[in-house]
Design a protein around this ligand. Structure first.
Ligand code: ZN
Length: 491
């Protein structure tokens, strides 16, 4: 994966090369760990006739992966043949567990604490930044890489097609206001800051007709329009439901999943944006690359300002909304925040140019496993996980079917099983929450078995169950797997 370094002259003056190196080391080490599994298992399979096969297999995996294979799968190899599918799934799950543990124990991205960003956000007139990217695995790195934000300081809630749940967001808004009112966290309720909701839709510059957002049939305009409709509906819900000028800030961002360049639909002074007008950060990169860092910052601020839709006489105002967001301070703050996001994205544009030859080679799906349930804060890497967030299989059936279809192409076509991690995060300070989370995982695992019976009985779908106490900040806890010895497992 190492690419020859380009001359620094190619880089933007605002690009953080140290962060780029660090982020690349993390991305390549994690992906390498998953991508090593097949070649190493092939090597093991080639030695299975040896009399000391089990010892030899353990030696190879200890050396290559840093862990040992489960004895209950290896021990039966002499009689029933080596079950490579089970071994493959087991290795994927073990690799996931190790990556997840490292994330929670060592914070390799350094994003858990985001005090500086939180302070900046409040200075811009916002107390919480709540971001909804599409659940597509190609946006899983949107926070930590594309926008370079500390994941601990923003709320990420992904949905297929970036179509977030309005009621759930209203609930979060209420919870946030209550925390401000009762505890002054993150700031006091009488401070004039707002909740900021951001939607990130996506498109593909390399293959726009096929590799855009599946939930919108690769129609960028529809993705942007429906994203904005959700945002506007949220604002209306808050303004209708709560008096005293209650409102939210809204921001619509598009993302090219091939280059990670974003485009920002800069809102006007009333908080409205134009769907066909945006500031393309790839262009900003081009325009400001030859300047000094200070000049580039000034130019970016000018470009953001220039991309605000002009004051429409009666245009946005005719809708009768947004009156509470007209104070000059929050407008200025929004522009400041946008300028920061753009500056951050410049580093990511250079990251993809430098380490991935201008655009990613895997422009389509290349996820390593499916993640379903609720949680997965640790997944901050592109194309590692296909997400199907759900509380019940019925509710998320369509997303899951899409995931199974994707993995039929990625894995089943190569005779490899579909690895699914069923995960449920819970609040440990709520009595009985852990038990309910475990029961939830079990219900989802059973429902998966019922929905995909052929894949399960052929050993082509395996499932790991994990829960996590998100209040305690501890790693995940494994609570079961379809790979357990026959007596205790699902099979
Ligand atoms: Zn999408």
């Amino acid at each position: 994966m190492n690419r020859p370094a380009k001359a620094p002259a190619d880089l933007h003056p605002l690009t953080d090369t140290t962060a780029n190196e660090r982020l690349y080391r993390y991305e390549s080490s994690v992906k390498q760990a998953f991508d090593n599994i097949v070649p190493v298992l092939k090597q093991i399979a080639s030695e299975r006739c040896d009399p000391d096969f089990v010892d030899r297999a353990q030696q190879i995996t200890a050396q290559e992966f840093g862990f040992e294979l489960p004895a209950h799968i290896l021990d039966t190899a002499w009689a029933t043949g080596l079950d490579m599918r089970r071994l493959f799934a087991w290795c994927v799950f073990e690799t996931y567990r190790r990556v997840s543990d490292e994330f929670f124990n060592a914070d390799p991205l350094g994003g858990r604490v985001g005090n500086d960003f939180q302070a900046f956000l409040q200075q811009c007139g916002f107390h919480l930044m709540d971001i909804t990217p599409c659940a597509d695995g190609r946006l899983a790195h949107a926070i930590s890489y594309v926008l370079r934000l500390p994941y601990g300081a923003v709320r990420r809630k992904s949905y297929a097609g970036s179509l977030f749940d309005i009621e759930n967001t209203v609930e979060k808004w209420i919870e946030t206001e209550l925390m401000r009112f009762r505890e002054g966290i993150p700031n006091r309720a009488d401070e004039p800051t707002r909740y900021l909701k951001v939607v990130i839709y996506h498109f593909s510059s390399v293959d726009p007709a096929h590799q855009g957002c599946a939930a919108h049939g690769s129609d960028d305009e529809a993705a942007a329009r429906e994203g904005w409709e959700r945002l506007a509906a949220l604002r209306q819900a808050i303004e209708n439901g709560f008096c005293c000028g209650a409102s939210v800030g809204l921001l619509l961002i598009g993302m090219d999943t091939d280059t990670d360049a974003i485009r920002v639909h800069v809102p006007d002074t009333n908080g409205y944006c134009e769907l066909n007008q945006w500031l393309d950060v790839a262009k900003v990169h081009e325009i400001t690359r030859g300047l000094s860092a200070a000049e580039a910052r000034t130019r970016i601020a000018e470009l953001v300002q220039a991309h605000m839709p002009g004051s429409h006489a009666g245009g946005a105002q005719a809708n009768g909304m947004g009156a509470s967001s007209t104070d000059g301070l929050s407008d200025k703050g929004m522009l400041q925040l946008i300028a920061r996001l753009i500056e951050n994205n410049l580093s990511q544009i250079d990251y993809v140019r430098h380490f991935h030859d201008g655009h990613y080679q895997d422009i389509g799906h290349a996820e390593r496993f499916i993640g379903t349930g609720i949680g997965f804060e640790e997944i901050q890497l592109r194309n590692l996980t296909y997400f199907a967030y759900l509380s019940t299989v019925e509710e998320g059936a369509a997303d899951l079917d899409v995931g199974i279809k994707i993995f039929t192409g990625l894995n089943v076509s190569r005779s490899l099983p579909v690895p699914i991690v069923v995960r449920y995060d819970y609040h440990g300070n709520v009595p009985g929450a852990r038990e309910r989370a475990v029961a939830h995982c079990e219900r989802i695992a059973a429902a998966l078995k019922a929905r995909y019976p052929a894949l399960c009985s052929d050993g082509m779908l395996h499932c790991l169950r994990a829960v996590r106490d998100c209040d305690a900040g501890t790693p995940i806890e494994l609570v079961g797997s379809s790979l357990e010895p026959v007596t205790g497992g699902m099979h």
